[in-house]
Design a protein around this ligand. Structure first.
Ligand code: AGP
Length: 614
C-alpha cells in the first residue's frame, strides 16, 4: 500500500531516495517524504500529492542536504489520516531525534497511542505510524541502543509493518525490520539499501536479502548485522535478484500499461517455453508437488484471490472442473478469512496473486495451511511472502508489472491455469491424449492471435473515442467468459473511473435490463461456442431497450451488423481458450478510453499496485 526506501553509504543520499521512491510510485502516490542525517542533524522534507512535489521542494534545499549520506524515504497510500503533509511520513518521536518510515497497518495503535499520551507523548498526526516512533523512542531512552529499541518496541505491535528507522545520535546507522509486509535489503559495495520492492534498488545492485518476519537488520556503510526477535545473531542469506532494470522503462510507450499489454504475446511464449516443451509431452511444473495420490484424495479445490486475480481464478475453476472433474470454489480472500471455512488436508487451496503480498490473500493462505490444506500459489513474484508460504508454486513469469492495472499478469495467470489444469488432468488421467494435445496446440498459437489483435488496435481506438463520454457501461457474457466480462469492466472502472459492470448475460433480464436506454452501452462478449446463440438473444433483448450495442466477436455473421452499433473483431479460437483472446481488446478499450479522457493511466486515483493491508 505504501513504499519505503533507505540508503546508507558514501554517495549523496537525496537523489537515491527520491529515485527509489519514483520506482515505488505504483504502490501509492498521495504524499511522500524523506528524512536524512545531514551534519549530525535529522532533517525531514515532506509534500502532499505526487512525488514530483517533494522533488521540487528538495530543489530548494540542495545546499543543506547534499552532504547527507544516510536517509529514509516513504511514498504513501493513506490508510489512517488524510493524505496531508502532516500525515506524510517520515514520522518522529516527541523530541524529533528518532525518525521512521512505515509500510503496513498497526492494528493495536489506538490502545498504544492512548497509553503513550498518558505518558506525555505529543502526537502531531492522525497516523498509526507515529505511535511506533514514540514506542521506539521510549525503548531507546532506556537502552540507548537503537537496534534493541526497535526489537523491544516491535514486540508490543500487532499488525503489519516494514520499518526504516534512524536516530540523530547515530548519523551512520540505519535499522530496518518487518512483519507481514515486504522488505528487502540491497547489498552494494560499501553501501546498503532498504526497499519495499525490487524496482527501488535494482539499478544499484542485484545482491539482496529478504528479511523474514521479526528479523532486525542494522546497517552502517561498513557492515550489516542481522538478529532475530530473540536477539540471536543470524547469517544474512544474500540472493541475486532475477530482474533487469530494463523492465522498469516504458520502452517508448506512452504508459507502462500500454507497454505491458503489448508484452503479452512474449509473456505467453515465455510461460509456455518453460513449462510446455512440446505438445505431445507432459506439462512440466517443477515446483508443483501434487502426486496422483494427493489428487485422488482431493475432496475439493478452493481458489482464493482478490480483484483481477479473482477473475483469473474464475477461469481456473472452469478449466479444472472441465479437465479434472474436481469441484472448485472461488472466493474473494477478504470474504474467505471471515467465515468458518471447511478446508482440511484433502483440500487443495490455490492462492492467486500477482504481487504475492496482498494481505487478505496471505491471511487466507495462512489460515488454510493451519488446517492442513495443501497450498499452491500462482504468483508473479516467486520472491514474495505468499510464495514462501507455498507447498507448491506456479510462477507466472510475466516480468515486473508496473502499471497499477493488471494486464499481462492476468493473461499470465490464465495461461498458468491452463497449464495447471492440464498438468492435473495428466496426473489424474482425466483427459484423453487427443484432447490434451489439441488444447496444447491451441495454446502454442495463442501469441500469434494476440499479436493479430494488437496489430488491429485502431478498431478499438475508434470504439473508445465513440464511447469515452459514457457514464455507465455494461459487459455481458456467459460461461468461461463471465470472468472476462468482470475483468473488462474492472479495467474500465479502475483507470477511467466510468461505472462499468460485468453481468452474466442470462442475468440481464432479472433486473439490470431496467437500466437500459440510449445512454447505456452494452458490450457482448460473443465468442463461437456452446453459449453463442444464447448471448446473441440476450443482446437482442438489450437492443430492444435502445441500448448502444457493441460486439466483441470472432463471428463473421453479417447479421450482426444489424444488431450491433460497433463490432470488435477478434481471431477464431477454441471456446475454452477464448478468455485469453477476448481480454486483449477489453484491456485496450479501457486504456484508450482512459487515455482519451486524460486520466492518469498508470497511477489511477485511490489505487495501489499491491494492497498489503486488510
Ligand atoms: C487489478 O487491475 C488491480 N490492480 C487489483 O484488483 C489487483 O488485481 C488486486 O489488488 C489483487 O492483487 P494481487 O494479484 O497482487 O493479489
Amino acid at each position: 500500500m505504501c513504499g519505503i526506501v533507505g540508503y546508507i553509504g558514501s554517495k549523496s543520499v537525496v537523489g537515491i531516495l527520491t529515485e527509489g521512491l519514483r520506482k515505488l510510485e505504483y504502490r501509492g502516490y498521495d504524499s511522500s517524504g524523506i528524512a536524512i542525517n545531514a551534519d549530525n542533524e535529522i532533517k525531514i522534507y515532506k509534500a502532499e500529492g505526487k512525488l514530483q512535489n517533494l522533488v521540487d521542494l528538495l530543489q530548494g534545499h540542495v545546499k543543506e542536504t547534499q552532504s547527507a549520506k544516510a536517509g529514509i524515504g516513504h511514498i504513501r497510500w493513506a490508510t489512517h489520516g488524510a493524505p496531508t503533509e502532516v500525515n506524510a511520513h517520515p514520522h518522529t518521536c516527541s523530541c524529533g531525534k528518532l525518525v521512521i518510515v512505515h509500510n503496513g497497518i498497526i492494528e493495536n495503535f489506538k490502545e498504544l497511542k492512548e497509553d503513550l499520551i498518558k505518558q506525555g507523548c505529543v502526537f502531531r498526526s492522525q497516523t498509526d505510524t507515529e505511535t511506533v516512533a514514540h514506542l521506539i523512542a521510549q525503548e531507546y531512552n532506556k537502552t540507548k541502543d537503537l537496534t534493541q529499541a526497535v526489537r523491544l518496541a516491535t514486540k508490543k505491535i500487532q499488525g503489519a509493518y516494514a520499518l526504516g528507522v534512524m536516530h540523530q545520535d547515530f548519523p551512520n546507522v540505519l535499522v530496518a525490520t518487518k512483519r507481514n509486509a515486504p522488505l528487502l535489503i540491497g547489498v552494494g559495495e560499501g553501501e546498503f539499501f532498504i526497499a519495499s520492492d525490487v524496482p527501488a534498488i535494482i539499478e544499484h545492485t542485484k545482491k539482496a536479502l529478504y528479511l523474514n518476519d521479526d528479523e532486525i537488520i542494522t546497517l552502517t556503510n561498513e557492515k550489516m548485522t542481522l538478529i532475530d526477535g530473540d536477539n540471536k545473531e543470524l547469517n544474512p542469506k544474500i540472493e541475486i535478484l532475477p530482474w533487469e532494470p530494463v523492465a522498469l522503462s516504458k520502452m517508448g510507450f506512452k504508459h507502462f500499461m500500454l507497454k505491458e499489454i503489448h508484452e503479452q504475446p512474449d509473456v505467453i511464449r515465455n510461460i509456455l517455453s518453460g513449462k510446455l516443451y512440446n505438445t505431445d509431452e507432459p506439462i512440466s511444473l517443477k515446483e508443483v508437488q501434487l502426486t496422483k495420490e494427493t489428487l485422488k484424495n482431493l475432496n475439493r479445490i478452493q481458489i482464493i484471490a482478490c480483484g483481477t486475480s479473482m477473475h483469473a481464478a474464475m477461469v481456473g475453476k472452469y478449466l479444472i472442473e472441465d479437465f479434472c472433474g474436481i469441484a472448485v470454489d472461488v472466493e474473494a480472500s477478504s470474504e474467505y478469512i471471515y467465515r468458518k471455512t471447511v478446508t482440511d488436508k484433502n483440500t487443495l487451496v490455490i492462492g492467486v496473486s500477482q504481487s504475492g503480498e496482498t494481505a487478505d490473500t496471505i491471511t487466507a493462505i495462512k489460515q488454510s495451511k493451519a488446517k492442513g490444506s495443501h497450498v499452491l500459489i500462482i504468483t508473479n513474484r516467486p520472491d514474495s511472502t505468499m510464495a514462501r508460504e507455498a507447498d507448491s508454486l506456479v510462477p507466472i513469469n510475466a516480468g515486473i508489472e508496473v502499471s497499477v492495472a493488471a494486464t499481462k499478469s492476468y493473461i499470465a495467470q490464465l495461461i498458468s491455469f491452463y497449464l495447471l489444469a492440464l498438468y492435473m488432468a495428466e496426473v489424474k488421467g482425466s483427459l484423453d491424449n487427443a484432447t490434451l494435445t489439441e488444447i496444447k496446440k491451441e495454446l502454442v498459437v495463442l501469441p500469434q492471435k494476440v499479436e493479430m489483435i494488437l496489430a488491429h488496435k485502431e478498431q478499438i481506438q475508434k470504439c473508445a473515442k465513440i464511447f469515452s463520454t459514457t457514464k455507465d457501461f455494461i459487459y455481458i457474457a456467459r460461461g468461461i467468459n463471465f470472468a472476462t466480462a468482470l475483468e473488462g469492466a474492472l479495467k474500465l472502472k479502475e483507470i477511467s473511473y466510468i461505472n462499468a459492470t460485468g453481468y452474466p448475460a442470462g442475468e440481464l433480464k432479472h433486473g439490470p435490463i431496467a437500466m437500459l436506454d440510449e445512454t447505456m452501452p452494452v458490450l457482448s462478449i460473443l465468442m463461437h461456442g456452446k453459449v453463442y446463440e444464447k448471448i446473441l438473444s440476450n443482446a437482442e433483448e438489450a437492443k430492444a431497450r435502445n441500448a448502444k450495442m457493441i460486439a466483441l466477436t470472432n463471428s463473421d455473421d453479417k447479421k450482426l451488423e444489424e444488431l450491433f452499433d460497433f463490432i470488435i473483431k477478434v481471431p477464431e479460437v477454441n471456446e475454452i481458450l477464448s478468455p485469453v483472446i477476448a481480454m486483449i481488446p477489453l484491456q485496450l478499450l479501457a486504456y484508450y478510453i482512459a487515455e482519451f479522457l486524460g486520466k492518469d493511466v498508470d497511477q489511477p486515483r485511490n489505487l495501489a499496485k499491491s494492497v498489503t493491508v486488510e
